[in-house]
Design a protein around this ligand. Structure first.
Ligand code: MG
Length: 259
């Protein structure tokens, strides 16, 4: 602290604040230069992975994924740079576990989608997988282009907790993107919840969840609640509805510094 500022602090009450303000007369006094901001090379193409991202699917294989049921190799179909859900094989999840992160993924409802409501292109991304089936925190994936369902179950909802702020859905057959910022729940040493999870979601460039605070893990019936867990995989849902399966591409994640 500069000598003039120290002297100002020695004074009392409002006079001290006025003196401190007067003592700072140069713009440089409020400039911050260190530590330097880390450089991250952005992708050349929209949807591409920045240089510091963990690429979870680059169009080639499912090496970063396993079956959520038994940790065997993920059995969904990879063709022409695209993953397509194999409903018979169940959910898949990342080999790696994550805490707080930025996630990008792209998904497509088939143009020939059939069904209605929740049985029309249903999938989902579980932001922290806490079990082999639908345990965790689901951001819904569904055809919500003119397809009515309960609003806290449509595309981009935090399933059964938060409807999206807007419906930014594209038509079946068109690629759609989610950009998600996930802050995992924090638990104390005794397993009690310290800080609930929150999530921000941008759907096709439109803000649809703005730091939405979660009441707990997603449940189909009843009220959500928390149970303690650490870093966890990211999971994609093989929903059991009879409509045509959806596809994914360009999936990457950037881990955020733990709080
Ligand atoms: Mg779903």
């Amino acid at each position: 602290m500069k000598r003039s500022s120290v002297l100002a602090f020695a004074m009392v009450g409002g006079l001290a604040a006025v003196s401190l303000a007067l003592a700072q007369t140069k713009p440089e006094e409020t400039e911050v230069w260190k530590p330097a901001v880390p450089v991250v090379a952005p992708a050349q193409d929209a949807g591409g992975a920045p240089a510091d991202a963990v690429v979870l699917f680059d169009g080639k294989n499912l090496d970063q994924w396993v079956s959520a049921l038994d940790k065997s190799p993920a059995g969904w179909t990879v063709s022409d740079g695209v993953i397509t859900v194999d409903k018979a094989r169940g959910n898949i999840e990342t080999k790696r576990a994550f805490r707080d992160y930025q996630l990008h993924l792209e998904w497509r409802v088939p143009a020939n989608i059939t069904g209605s409501g929740q049985a029309r292109g249903n999938s989902g991304v579980f932001l922290a997988s806490t079990g082999p089936r639908d345990q965790g925190y689901e951001v819904q994936i569904l055809d919500s282009y003119g397809n009515a369902t309960y609003v806290n179950g449509q595309a981009a909802s935090v399933y059964k907790q938060h409807p999206p702020l807007t419906n930014a859905s594209r038509k079946p057959g068109e690629w759609q993107s989610y950009d998600i910022v996930w802050h995992a729940p924090v638990f104390g040493a005794d397993g009690a919840l310290t800080t609930p999870a929150n999530v921000t979601v941008i759907h096709n460039g439109v803000l649809v969840q703005d730091r939405a605070v979660l009441a707990g893990e997603t449940v189909y019936i009843g009220k959500p609640s928390y149970k303690a867990h650490g870093p966890a995989p990211i999971k994609l849902q093989a929903h059991g509805d009879p409509s045509e399966p959806i596809s994914f591409r360009n999936i990457w994640v950037r881990e955020l510094a733990s709080r």
